[in-house]
Design a protein around this ligand. Structure first.
Ligand SMILES: Cc1ncc(C[n+]2csc(CCOP(=O)(O)OP(=O)(O)O)c2C)c(N)n1
Ligand SMILES: [Mg+2]
Length: 587
């Protein structure tokens, strides 16, 4: 076995796993390994903050299907990772988070930058490899890479910093990639039988379809059945939007057409989705989940089957292999819904046309608060645009092959209705962890993995404040992106709850901001302020041209009214109750 140092063993194992980019901030803890990154073909991309590095690794993984890797200094560098790793966990991203820790000879003595680093990540990783002995460096490194792929989620490689040094004899393990099958014979047969009997089947195409590269197989199945396909919540890139069977996303600010069609289903094929609890919340006043329908759920994680929604058949399998197998079985059966295929196609087209017409006319929000804000702001100096109109203009100006990341916020949520994609691995919303500050660093990671694709991030002004410093990473490292900031001078999404439940008693909701275009320019990027509707599309197109042709990053701040769309969690709040006299006015 070759003789090497543990640093060499770690770096060789990274190389064996195809690692070419790592996001992070340098530190003495891993300097010995860092020193040989470049000769191993690895670029360490320095970020402004480790949270940004974690999100970049997430975006990198989501667009490429390969590992995203991040690394930082023991103690504070590692605690800065926590939010990003939690976000990657809920985005099912194979991120390997390398966490050098304080030296083994001083651990527990309360030295410098000491922390128990494993407990922080215990519930937000799929596997934690703690290098228990320097001789096992390659083994644990390799396992972290294997498990991240096997379980579709982040893993942690924790290394006492003194364990980078020494001499070991070690063979570098080759990556273990396990092929997934279609699922159990019986469950696949039951699934096909249920679909064969259906009169009105609907397919939900989830994140598993994206991750398994199964869009073509999903399409073949949908075309055979003539079944409408809805995207699961925030997986708008799981079916091509130009396809006649595409009906848009379910859930918060999703497609009315998709939700109406789903509500009429007698059999639902939920392909590659855990059917998460927020993905099927009532929306637009529609409680659309078809409670009487038979549900077939396909997920590669058996623990997700039937976890949230009652199911008739659970298939533990890969979305692609399962779609192929179900279609093959259907081709040998008498398929009832082939008889009414034409009528259903007509219904799909009519629902889609109605929803598009509604969106076209839905220029602004019409609730009392929004109308008051629109009237108030008409009196103010400056001009402010209706978010929905802005989102429609952006949609129309989107370049081909675009990648879009979105943040958490009211306008970003409303954007769900206007974000359509032709290709998988194009949409990177902050998923179930729902942290503000997600979009910019995530799109930087995506752009690093796919430099030939146009990259756009959306964020509200509040979320932008949490993350905008990573524009410096774009400029310093020549990773050009285009960032849209919806400048509505408020933490709008949360303020909406104060409108709906707290009688407009606003606490800490308003933001008086500087010009984000000025800040962008100070960071070395282009900065553009848009306050006319006709400038929205051209501003985006010009920024994309600068990104693709000149390698320039642009921040476009769009001045928006303070109107607010429907809230996310109406279900989770209730009207305030006050028992104490001194708070009696706060009901
Ligand atoms: C890290 C983090 N902190 C706080 C929240 C709670 N939160 C959710 S949306 C939101 C407001 C977002 O405001 P902004 O980014 O300006 O977008 P807007 O809603 O105004 O469109 C807040 C504070 C969160 N989701 N994540
Ligand atoms: Mg805002």
């Amino acid at each position: 076995m070759p003789r090497m140092t543990p640093s060499e063993a770690m770096v060789e194992t990274l190389a064996a796993n195809g690692v070419t980019d790592i996001f992070g901030i340098m530190g003495s803890a891993f300097m010995d390994a860092m020193d040989i990154f470049a000769p191993a073909g690895i670029r360490l991309i320095p970020t402004v903050h480790e949270q940004g590095a974690g999100h970049m690794a997430d975006g990198y993984a989501r667009v490429s299907g390969r590992h995203g890797v991040c690394i930082a200094q023991n103690g504070p560098g590692i605690t800065n990772f926590v939010t990003a790793i939690a976000a990657a966990y809920w985005a099912h991203s194979p991120v390997v988070c390398i966490t050098p820790e304080t030296g083994s000879m001083t651990q527990g003595l309360g030295g410098f930058q000491e922390a128990q680093q494993l407990p922080f990540f215990e519930t937000i990783t799929k596997y934690q490899g703690h290098v228990a002995n320097p001789a096992r460096m390659a083994e644990f490194t390799a396992r972290c890479f294997d498990r991240a792929m096997l379980e579709n989620g982040p893993t942690q490689l924790n290394i006492p910093r003194d364990f980078f040094y020494g001499d070991i004899n070690v063979e570098i393990p080759q990556p273990i990639r396990i092929e997934r099958g279609a699922g159990g014979e019986q469950s696949l047969q039951q699934a096909a039988a249920l679909l064969a009997e259906a009169r009105n089947p609907v397919i939900i195409s989830g994140g598993g379809v994206v991750m398994a590269d199964a869009v073509e197989e999903c399409k073949a199945l949908a075309e055979f059945l003539g079944a409408p396909v809805v995207n699961s919540y925030l997986h708008n890139d799981s079916f091509p939007a130009s396809h006649p069977l595409w009906c848009g996303p379910l859930g918060y600010q999703g497609s009315k057409a998709g939700m109406k069609l789903l509500s009429r289903a007698d059999v639902v094929l939920a392909l590659g989705t855990r059917l998460g609890p927020f993905g099927t919340l009532p929306q637009h006043g529609l409680d659309y989940w078809p409670k009487q329908a038979k549900i077939i759920q396909v997920d590669c994680d058996a623990k997700m089957l039937g976890l949230v929604k009652k199911i008739s058949v659970g298939v533990c399998g890969d979305a692609k292999a399962a779609a192929v197998s179900i279609l093959e079985r259907l081709q040998n059966l008498n398929v009832s819904c082939l008889e009414n295929k034409g009528a259903r196609a007509g219904e799909i087209a009519a629902e889609k046309a109605a929803w598009e017409a509604e969106l076209d006319q839905w220029i602004h929000e019409k609730d009392d608060y929004s109308l008051d804000m629109i009237a108030e702001q008409a009196e103010e100096q400056g001009s402010y645009l209706h978010p929905r109109q802005v989102l429609r203009e952006l949609e129309k100006a989107m370049p081909e092959d675009v990648m879009v990341s979105t943040d958490i916020g009211n306008i970003n949520s409303v954007a769900n209705s206007y974000l359509r994609f032709e290709k998988p691995r194009s949409f990177f919303a902050a998923m179930s962890f729902g942290n503000c500050g997600y979009a910019l660093p995530t799109i930087i990671g995506a752009k690093t993995a796919a430099p030939h694709r146009p990259a756009i991030s959306y964020a509200g002004d509040g979320a932008w404040g949490m993350s905008m410093m990573e524009i410096m990473t774009c400029v310093r490292e020549h990773i050009p992106v285009t960032s849209i900031v919806f400048h509505n001078r408020q933490w709008g999404a949360e303020k909406k709850n104060q409108v709906d439940f707290y009688n407009r008693r606003f606490v800490a909701g308003d933001l008086e901001n500087p010009s984000f275009a000025d800040i962008a320019r100070a960071m070395g990027a282009e900065g553009v302020t848009v306050d006319k509707l006709e400038d929205v599309g051209p501003a985006l197109k010009a920024a994309i041209a600068r990104q693709m042709e000149e390698g320039k990053t642009t921040v476009i701040e769009i001045m928006c009214t303070r109107e607010l769309g429907d809230p996310f969690r109406r279900d989770a709040l209730s009207k305030p109750v006050r028992h104490l006299d001194k708070y009696k006015d706060y009901c």
